[in-house]
Ligand binder design. Structure first.
Ligand code: GLN
Length: 472
């Protein structure tokens, strides 16, 4: 990463770099609305610490507002957490801070990360830096916009069903959704606990890796984390991908996908072949069930997780007269429509009499989806596929039609259901000059392979260097 090298070489200081980021955020945010909280004292904090010998050397970053950072408000894009100050810092953020990173602020998100556009944020809708009439994607849309607009070199996001990869794709940047369990979720407001992952967005693969390396590893505070015994590395890291096997799943190239998205992704696959990869057609036969399975399991888990916002803790209170009144004023008034919808869907799917038909059945089909991937990774090192059926859509396009919004997630949900890592990289533009992304998915704990393939691709192309007008 260029800025990191400059910091390490003493060509710039953390204070100066942080000042630049904060100034850019202040200049652009009335247009982009990427931030929910900007810490103007970040440069001061940067100057108080000598981070020069640390791996991240005072690098300024932004953090999605579903991750707790001590000293900064955490809203999760929801009115139910308005004014909440977390008393501790999420492990993933803490590890970056310990490595020298400076958090400049918290980025906008769909409420509790439920959405694909940031339009479900209770505060603002973030705008796409390539065209401010369009959404940046979501739910990590604030982080994606902040990186694409050149405000920060990298930002943290979370991905439960695509929320790192899809906004990275919509904003023309790179993003890594790690293997389930590779990065601690301690201090992340839980959405779907069997699906949630914390990852990084940055302009290029080279920008992701230094942060990713600091974030991974077992955390006693998150029992789902592991130090993987066998990190799968079959791809050399020297930029050559000769003979590397890349699977292309037929189920990801279906009717309804925007022709230019398919075109750019196929060109990118062609480039991987030119670079020496062997392209192998594969099948992931249960892909079409990912959508109904996810939209049962994620709301079911959310309905349980969001029970902790009980109106007694976390939420500002007036002088309610009864317990029922407390609920009305807090949960009743402060959850947005999409969050309410998910809680109702999830509660229904878990209720006695329906549990087996919905939740139980969805769990079984989830296993079939995971097995599809297991089988595929017996034959290939990675899978290349589109991230979303279209490029970034216009703000308001999906209006009050949640199903049409859910359909945008079809290609990202399977990786979360299977727990496998996914790397998003930019691969070109459509006719409206909106970015197109491609994802590389790998077996569990094979992020290093994905980075090696991504680096090889970015060594031969310059899509990751393209910047929107606003970033120039
Ligand atoms: N768009 C999906 C949803 O609304 C995924 C969100 C996410 O990954 N956090 O649930």
């Amino acid at each position: 990463m260029k800025l990191l090298e400059e910091l390490q070489d003493g060509k710039t200081t953390s204070r100066a770099a942080t000042e630049t980021c904060v100034a850019r955020a202040r200049a652009l945010d009335s247009t982009l609305h990427a931030f929910l909280h900007l810490d103007k004292s970040a440069p001061e904090r940067a100057s108080q610490r000598d981070t020069s010998s640390l791996p991240l050397a005072g690098l300024p970053i932004a953090v999605k507002d579903v991750l707790m950072v001590e000293g900064m408000p955490a809203t999760c894009g929801s009115k139910i957490l308005e004014g909440f100050m977390p008393p501790f810092t999420a492990t993933a953020v803490k590890k970056l801070q310990d490595a020298g990173a400076i958090v400049i602020g918290k980025t906008n998100t769909d409420e509790f990360a439920m959405g694909s556009s940031t339009e479900n944020s209770a505060y603002v809708t973030t705008r796409n830096p390539w065209n401010t009439d369009r959404v940046p994607g979501g739910s990590s849309g604030g982080s994606a916009a902040a990186v694409a607009a050149g405000i920060v070199p990298a930002a943290l996001g979370t991905d439960t069903g695509g929320s790192i990869r899809q906004p990275a794709s919509y904003c023309g940047i790179s993003g890594i959704k790690p293997t389930y369990g590779r990065v601690s979720r301690y201090g992340l407001a839980a959405y779907g606990s069997s699906l949630d992952s914390v990852g990084v967005l940055g302009r290029s693969v080279d920008d992701l890796v230094p942060l990713f390396e600091q974030m991974v590893g077992k955390d006693p505070l998150d029992a789902t984390t592991v130090n993987p015994p066998d990190i799968r590395v079959s791809v050399p890291s020297d930029g050559t991908i000769n003979g590397i096997k890349i699977g292309v799943p037929a189920e990801y190239f279906v009717t309804g996908i925007q022709a230019e998205v398919e075109g750019r992704v196929r060109e990118a696959i062609g480039m991987l072949e030119t670079l020496g990869a062997e392209i192998i057609p594969i099948n992931l036969p249960h892909t079409e069930y990912a959508l109904p399975v996810y939209y049962i399991l994620a709301p079911a888990e959310a309905s349980a997780n969001l029970a902790r916002y009980d109106g007694i803790r976390y939420t500002p209170r007036e002088s309610e007269k009864s317990l029922e009144d407390v609920y009305r004023q807090t949960r009743g008034k402060r959850f947005g429509a999409e969050v309410e919808r998910r809680i109702m869907l999830g509660t229904y799917a878990l209720s006695a009499g329906y549990y087996d038909a919905y939740y139980g059945q969805a769990q079984k089909v989830r296993t079939l989806i995971r097995r599809d991937f297991e089988k595929a990774f017996e034959r290939v090192d990675a899978i290349a596929a589109p991230i979303a059926p279209t490029t970034a859509f216009e703000v308001g396009k999906h209006g009050d039609d949640p199903i049409s919004m859910y359909l945008e997630d079809i290609f990202t949900l399977p990786a979360n259901l299977a727990g496998v890592p996914g790397l998003a990289i930019p691969v070109g533009f459509d006719g409206d000059k909106m970015p197109v992304g491609m994802q590389l998915m790998g077996a569990p704990f094979s992020e290093e392979n994905l980075f090696a393939i991504g680096r090889s691709y970015q060594g031969a192309t310059d899509w990751h260097e393209m910047k929107p007008e606003i970033a120039k």
